[in-house]
Design a protein around this ligand. Structure first.
Ligand code: GLY
Length: 281
Protein backbone atom coordinates (compact mmCIF):
# COMPACT_ATOMS: atom_id res chain seq x y z
CA UNK A 1 0.00 0.00 0.00
CA UNK A 2 1.29 3.49 -0.87
CA UNK A 3 0.91 5.66 2.26
CA UNK A 4 -1.29 8.77 2.24
CA UNK A 5 -1.41 11.64 4.74
CA UNK A 6 -3.96 14.42 4.79
CA UNK A 7 -3.98 17.27 7.33
CA UNK A 8 -6.22 20.25 8.05
CA UNK A 9 -5.91 23.55 9.88
CA UNK A 10 -9.59 24.31 10.31
CA UNK A 11 -12.67 25.38 8.40
CA UNK A 12 -13.33 29.09 8.24
CA UNK A 13 -16.02 31.69 7.67
CA UNK A 14 -13.84 33.59 5.21
CA UNK A 15 -10.91 33.12 2.85
CA UNK A 16 -7.45 33.82 4.26
CA UNK A 17 -5.62 37.02 3.47
CA UNK A 18 -2.69 36.65 1.08
CA UNK A 19 -0.12 37.04 3.92
CA UNK A 20 -1.84 34.56 6.23
CA UNK A 21 -2.20 32.09 3.37
CA UNK A 22 1.53 32.28 2.65
CA UNK A 23 2.34 31.63 6.34
CA UNK A 24 -0.12 28.74 6.48
CA UNK A 25 1.22 27.13 3.29
CA UNK A 26 4.79 27.28 4.64
CA UNK A 27 3.68 25.69 7.88
CA UNK A 28 1.60 22.95 6.20
CA UNK A 29 4.47 22.03 3.90
CA UNK A 30 6.90 21.72 6.82
CA UNK A 31 4.45 19.55 8.77
CA UNK A 32 3.56 17.35 5.79
CA UNK A 33 7.20 16.76 4.87
CA UNK A 34 8.06 15.77 8.43
CA UNK A 35 5.08 13.45 9.04
CA UNK A 36 4.91 11.97 5.55
CA UNK A 37 8.58 11.07 5.44
CA UNK A 38 8.10 9.13 8.69
CA UNK A 39 5.09 7.37 7.14
CA UNK A 40 7.08 6.59 3.99
CA UNK A 41 9.88 5.13 6.16
CA UNK A 42 7.37 2.66 7.60
CA UNK A 43 5.97 4.50 10.63
CA UNK A 44 2.36 3.54 11.43
CA UNK A 45 -0.61 5.68 10.43
CA UNK A 46 -1.30 6.17 14.14
CA UNK A 47 2.18 7.59 14.82
CA UNK A 48 2.03 9.75 11.69
CA UNK A 49 -1.29 11.41 12.60
CA UNK A 50 -0.03 12.03 16.15
CA UNK A 51 3.21 13.50 14.79
CA UNK A 52 1.33 15.79 12.37
CA UNK A 53 -1.10 17.01 15.02
CA UNK A 54 1.70 17.68 17.54
CA UNK A 55 3.30 19.98 14.94
CA UNK A 56 -0.04 21.65 14.16
CA UNK A 57 -0.61 22.17 17.92
CA UNK A 58 2.86 23.69 18.29
CA UNK A 59 2.25 26.26 15.55
CA UNK A 60 0.38 29.33 16.88
CA UNK A 61 -1.17 29.87 13.44
CA UNK A 62 -3.84 27.31 14.34
CA UNK A 63 -6.49 27.11 17.03
CA UNK A 64 -5.14 24.05 18.86
CA UNK A 65 -2.35 23.75 21.42
CA UNK A 66 -0.30 27.00 21.28
CA UNK A 67 -2.55 29.73 19.86
CA UNK A 68 -5.82 28.28 21.17
CA UNK A 69 -8.85 30.45 21.75
CA UNK A 70 -9.97 31.54 25.21
CA UNK A 71 -13.23 30.47 26.88
CA UNK A 72 -15.60 33.09 28.36
CA UNK A 73 -14.09 32.81 31.86
CA UNK A 74 -10.61 33.70 30.53
CA UNK A 75 -9.26 30.14 30.64
CA UNK A 76 -7.84 28.11 27.73
CA UNK A 77 -9.09 24.51 27.71
CA UNK A 78 -7.91 22.03 25.11
CA UNK A 79 -9.54 18.92 23.68
CA UNK A 80 -8.18 16.21 21.39
CA UNK A 81 -8.77 12.64 20.29
CA UNK A 82 -7.13 9.92 18.27
CA UNK A 83 -8.47 6.69 16.77
CA UNK A 84 -6.67 3.59 15.54
CA UNK A 85 -8.87 2.15 12.79
CA UNK A 86 -7.37 -1.33 12.80
CA UNK A 87 -7.85 -1.85 16.53
CA UNK A 88 -11.04 0.28 16.46
CA UNK A 89 -9.72 2.05 19.50
CA UNK A 90 -10.57 5.65 20.44
CA UNK A 91 -9.05 7.85 23.16
CA UNK A 92 -9.32 11.51 23.99
CA UNK A 93 -9.07 14.35 26.48
CA UNK A 94 -11.69 17.01 27.08
CA UNK A 95 -11.15 20.56 28.36
CA UNK A 96 -7.70 19.97 29.79
CA UNK A 97 -5.72 23.00 30.98
CA UNK A 98 -1.98 23.60 30.60
CA UNK A 99 -0.98 20.45 28.71
CA UNK A 100 1.32 21.41 25.83
CA UNK A 101 0.14 18.73 23.40
CA UNK A 102 -3.29 17.30 24.20
CA UNK A 103 -2.90 14.87 21.28
CA UNK A 104 0.04 13.25 23.12
CA UNK A 105 -2.24 12.74 26.10
CA UNK A 106 -4.97 11.25 23.86
CA UNK A 107 -2.38 8.94 22.27
CA UNK A 108 -1.13 7.78 25.68
CA UNK A 109 -4.72 7.07 26.76
CA UNK A 110 -5.11 4.56 23.88
CA UNK A 111 -3.26 2.08 26.09
CA UNK A 112 -5.51 2.58 29.13
CA UNK A 113 -8.86 1.12 30.12
CA UNK A 114 -10.25 4.62 30.89
CA UNK A 115 -9.66 6.20 27.51
CA UNK A 116 -11.50 9.55 27.55
CA UNK A 117 -10.63 11.84 30.46
CA UNK A 118 -11.76 15.38 31.16
CA UNK A 119 -10.65 18.44 33.14
CA UNK A 120 -8.72 17.72 36.35
CA UNK A 121 -8.56 13.97 35.66
CA UNK A 122 -6.98 14.55 32.27
CA UNK A 123 -4.49 17.00 33.80
CA UNK A 124 -3.60 14.60 36.59
CA UNK A 125 -3.01 11.80 34.07
CA UNK A 126 -0.79 14.11 31.96
CA UNK A 127 1.30 14.82 35.10
CA UNK A 128 1.55 11.11 35.94
CA UNK A 129 2.69 10.41 32.38
CA UNK A 130 5.32 13.17 32.59
CA UNK A 131 3.90 15.04 29.59
CA UNK A 132 5.11 18.63 29.09
CA UNK A 133 3.01 21.55 30.30
CA UNK A 134 3.11 25.01 28.64
CA UNK A 135 0.95 28.09 28.31
CA UNK A 136 -1.11 28.10 25.11
CA UNK A 137 -1.70 31.86 25.32
CA UNK A 138 -0.63 34.09 22.43
CA UNK A 139 -0.90 37.91 22.16
CA UNK A 140 -3.23 37.47 19.15
CA UNK A 141 -5.74 35.31 21.02
CA UNK A 142 -5.57 37.59 24.07
CA UNK A 143 -6.41 40.57 21.84
CA UNK A 144 -9.29 38.61 20.25
CA UNK A 145 -10.62 37.75 23.72
CA UNK A 146 -10.38 41.34 24.91
CA UNK A 147 -12.16 42.53 21.77
CA UNK A 148 -14.84 39.85 22.40
CA UNK A 149 -14.18 38.24 19.02
CA UNK A 150 -14.90 34.53 19.02
CA UNK A 151 -15.39 33.00 15.56
CA UNK A 152 -17.39 29.85 15.01
CA UNK A 153 -14.77 27.17 15.34
CA UNK A 154 -11.16 26.18 14.77
CA UNK A 155 -9.49 22.80 14.84
CA UNK A 156 -6.59 20.84 13.42
CA UNK A 157 -6.56 17.24 12.28
CA UNK A 158 -4.83 14.49 10.34
CA UNK A 159 -5.84 11.22 8.69
CA UNK A 160 -3.51 8.61 7.23
CA UNK A 161 -3.14 5.17 5.76
CA UNK A 162 0.20 3.41 6.19
CA UNK A 163 2.16 0.84 4.18
CA UNK A 164 0.25 -1.99 5.87
CA UNK A 165 -3.13 -0.46 5.02
CA UNK A 166 -3.85 0.64 8.60
CA UNK A 167 -5.96 3.80 8.99
CA UNK A 168 -5.89 6.41 11.76
CA UNK A 169 -7.35 9.83 12.56
CA UNK A 170 -6.35 12.55 15.06
CA UNK A 171 -8.04 15.87 15.86
CA UNK A 172 -7.27 18.69 18.33
CA UNK A 173 -8.98 21.99 19.14
CA UNK A 174 -8.86 25.11 21.26
CA UNK A 175 -12.65 25.41 20.91
CA UNK A 176 -14.76 28.26 19.61
CA UNK A 177 -13.56 31.11 21.80
CA UNK A 178 -15.73 32.89 24.40
CA UNK A 179 -17.81 29.74 24.82
CA UNK A 180 -19.48 28.88 28.11
CA UNK A 181 -16.75 27.41 30.34
CA UNK A 182 -16.20 23.68 29.81
CA UNK A 183 -18.28 23.51 26.60
CA UNK A 184 -17.47 20.19 24.92
CA UNK A 185 -16.81 20.40 21.19
CA UNK A 186 -16.95 17.56 18.65
CA UNK A 187 -13.17 17.07 18.52
CA UNK A 188 -12.86 14.68 21.49
CA UNK A 189 -15.86 12.63 20.24
CA UNK A 190 -16.43 10.02 17.52
CA UNK A 191 -18.44 12.65 15.61
CA UNK A 192 -15.34 14.79 15.14
CA UNK A 193 -12.71 12.07 14.80
CA UNK A 194 -13.20 8.47 13.68
CA UNK A 195 -11.39 5.60 11.98
CA UNK A 196 -12.25 1.97 11.27
CA UNK A 197 -10.85 -0.65 8.90
CA UNK A 198 -12.36 1.13 5.89
CA UNK A 199 -11.88 4.84 6.43
CA UNK A 200 -10.50 7.63 8.66
CA UNK A 201 -12.10 11.09 9.02
CA UNK A 202 -11.33 14.29 10.94
CA UNK A 203 -13.95 17.06 11.10
CA UNK A 204 -13.70 20.80 11.66
CA UNK A 205 -16.31 23.54 12.03
CA UNK A 206 -19.24 24.11 14.37
CA UNK A 207 -18.88 21.34 16.93
CA UNK A 208 -22.54 21.16 17.88
CA UNK A 209 -23.52 20.55 14.24
CA UNK A 210 -20.74 18.01 13.68
CA UNK A 211 -22.13 16.08 16.65
CA UNK A 212 -25.71 16.41 15.38
CA UNK A 213 -24.69 14.75 12.10
CA UNK A 214 -22.18 12.40 13.79
CA UNK A 215 -20.11 13.45 10.78
CA UNK A 216 -16.83 11.48 11.07
CA UNK A 217 -18.36 8.27 12.40
CA UNK A 218 -21.28 8.46 9.93
CA UNK A 219 -18.94 8.73 6.92
CA UNK A 220 -16.68 5.90 8.14
CA UNK A 221 -19.67 3.67 8.93
CA UNK A 222 -21.14 4.22 5.46
CA UNK A 223 -17.78 3.38 3.84
CA UNK A 224 -17.51 0.26 6.00
CA UNK A 225 -21.00 -0.71 4.78
CA UNK A 226 -19.87 -0.51 1.15
CA UNK A 227 -20.41 3.10 0.05
CA UNK A 228 -17.58 4.88 -1.72
CA UNK A 229 -15.93 7.67 0.28
CA UNK A 230 -17.42 10.30 -2.07
CA UNK A 231 -20.92 8.82 -1.79
CA UNK A 232 -20.66 8.62 2.01
CA UNK A 233 -19.54 12.25 2.13
CA UNK A 234 -22.35 13.39 -0.13
CA UNK A 235 -24.96 11.53 1.96
CA UNK A 236 -23.79 13.20 5.17
CA UNK A 237 -23.39 16.62 3.52
CA UNK A 238 -26.85 16.38 1.93
CA UNK A 239 -28.55 16.40 5.33
CA UNK A 240 -26.09 18.86 6.80
CA UNK A 241 -26.58 21.32 3.95
CA UNK A 242 -30.36 21.32 4.48
CA UNK A 243 -29.73 22.27 8.11
CA UNK A 244 -27.31 24.99 6.99
CA UNK A 245 -24.58 23.28 8.98
CA UNK A 246 -21.12 24.80 8.88
CA UNK A 247 -18.42 22.16 8.92
CA UNK A 248 -15.87 20.39 6.78
CA UNK A 249 -14.00 17.09 6.77
CA UNK A 250 -10.88 15.39 5.54
CA UNK A 251 -10.82 11.65 5.01
CA UNK A 252 -8.91 8.75 3.52
CA UNK A 253 -10.19 5.27 2.66
CA UNK A 254 -8.54 1.86 2.57
CA UNK A 255 -7.60 2.31 -1.10
CA UNK A 256 -5.89 5.62 -0.42
CA UNK A 257 -8.81 7.65 -1.85
CA UNK A 258 -9.14 11.10 -0.26
CA UNK A 259 -11.78 13.73 0.50
CA UNK A 260 -11.31 17.34 1.65
CA UNK A 261 -14.60 19.11 1.51
CA UNK A 262 -16.46 21.80 3.43
CA UNK A 263 -19.81 23.52 3.81
CA UNK A 264 -17.99 26.64 5.03
CA UNK A 265 -16.41 29.29 2.79
CA UNK A 266 -12.92 27.86 3.36
CA UNK A 267 -11.02 24.80 4.55
CA UNK A 268 -7.28 24.73 5.17
CA UNK A 269 -5.98 21.32 4.05
CA UNK A 270 -2.93 19.68 2.52
CA UNK A 271 -2.13 16.15 1.38
CA UNK A 272 0.96 14.05 0.77
CA UNK A 273 1.14 10.91 -1.36
CA UNK A 274 3.92 9.16 -3.30
CA UNK A 275 3.02 11.56 -6.14
CA UNK A 276 3.85 14.68 -4.10
CA UNK A 277 2.13 17.38 -2.06
CA UNK A 278 -1.15 19.20 -2.68
CA UNK A 279 -2.57 22.25 -0.93
CA UNK A 280 -5.89 24.08 -0.52
CA UNK A 281 -6.42 27.06 -2.83
N1 GLY B 1 -14.89 21.99 16.01
C1 GLY B 1 -14.38 22.68 17.11
C2 GLY B 1 -15.37 23.34 17.94
O1 GLY B 1 -16.55 23.39 17.64
O2 GLY B 1 -15.00 23.83 18.95
Amino acid sequence: MKPVLLIHGGAGARKLTREKRADVLRSLEFILRDAYSALARGESALSAVKRAVVLLEDDPLYNAGKGSKIQSDGKIRLSASIMDGKRRRFAGCVNVEGVKNPIRLAHALLGKSDRVLSGEGAKRMARELGLPFASALTPHQLAQFRAKKSGKSGTVGAVAIDRDGRLAAATSTGGRGLEYPFRVSDSPTAAGNFANGACAVSATGVGEQIVEFAAASAICTLVEAGFTLEKALSKVFQGARKADAQFGVIGVDRRGGMIHSTLTPSLIWASATHNGLNFFR
